[in-house]
Ligand binder design. Sequence first.
Ligand code: 5AD
Ligand code: SF4
Length: 479
Amino acid sequence: MTSIPTIAPTTDLPVALPDGDGSTAPRPTVYIETYGCQMNVADSELMYGRLQASGYTPVDVPDGADVILVNTCAIRENAETRVIGRLGELRRFMKRDTIVGVTGCMAQRLGPRVLEQAKHVSIVVGPDGYRALPALLDGARRGEKFTATDFDLEEHYEDVVARRFEGVKAWIPVQRGCDYRCTYCIVPTTRGPERSRKLPDVVREVQQVVEQGLTEVVLLGQTVNSYHDGAHDFADLLRAVGAVDGLRRLRYTSPHPNDFSDRVVEAMATTPAVCEHVHLPMQSGSTAMLKRMLRRYTREDYLACVERLRAAIPGLAITTDIIVGFPAETDEEFADTLDLCRTVRFDDAFMFKFSPREGTPATRMPPEWTIPDDVVAARFDHLVQTVRGISREKNLARLGDRCEVLVEKVARDGELLQARSRDFRTVMVPADAARIGDYLTVQLTGTTGATFTGTPVTAAESDATDTVRPAPRAQLPTL
Ligand code: 5AD
Ligand code: SF4
């Protein structure tokens, strides 16, 4: 096994079958399977882009691919368990010479341990090592094994052209890593310290995706509103991206409540492209618990942040993340979480049972603080009922409203199209697949409690501006 301590961010490493070399050899195929958050989706798009520029052809099934990469998540134990199971399953798709690699947060966390545990894996590459993928794959083809898990604080993959999966919106990483140290969280270990891309580089990328016909972008960062490139803060970034001609919708995820400066709230409120939705991780409604989590805000601070945002942005939808069963969580602390959910009335929430992650401060808390599984399960169910009940009530109250939706894709049932409102509601619409990428005005006619069905309103019945179609889209690569 060869361990690569540092992989220089250069492109002069040997690469397989470069584009335009006149070679008639078949291009090797690469399949990437993605787990976890949007940052991982964006990273997979970068990896495809990097490999495509080095002569690889992306494919959408693992069966018979020359290279199979699994881009992993380490945030909770079950995310890792799934990947381990999947790595075993992928064996049956391998040809004799298929190279299997593990990338992402689990690769970074476990490093060479992956190679020991899964003998059919040849390369293990952390989030800052993707530039070296072509060289690592060349080495693997010669029978070598590699671990590349050094951080590279300058690496933003500026010159790598992402190969995007989505036809209507683009994920744009603007910040990598995290400088918070929430005691439950593995991310600072797997993604390293926070660093931001330069504002002009972000704006250039947004201009490029708009030129390709996309009209929505989502700016990504672990604490995206703490963005600072040395000269510009997140308020500057929102305004600059929002001013890109042709961009209709601007979203970002995930902010930290402490980084909503007045400037950022003001920029959000006054930049028309910024959508009326914020995903604002709460984690707990108890100040004592937030302190154990090292979230650096109180229950009152969180509520004050919600109120400032709501006062500045009418119609703002708020979604959140909540953890139950964190060490020493008392009945009263859990009740505070339920209570804050009822006070804020979230539009939706991602809810998680606490999962201890090796090396995080939470794992060094006294063992007697551990909450029994049955208590965690009961609290989790109670929380889910509470949150779903509130979002159901809010959604029922919306029936009959009209809103603008962007049609994103064919829904899973294969018949309706899935569309999204500016305030992040999912609306199923009966329309022809040719409308994907269009903005429609719909009337909300039904709800499951979580998602809506909507009927397109004819042009004569709606505001003229609502049915404006974006410029014809350039041919986008499809898998
Ligand atoms: N256990 C459970 N949930 C976690 N999250 C992060 N770390 C853990 C953990 N160890 C949740 C947080 C975060 C979201 C992305 O994942 O709620 O906001
Ligand atoms: Fe993890 Fe906290 Fe950083 Fe979010 S802010 S990535 S929860 S350490």
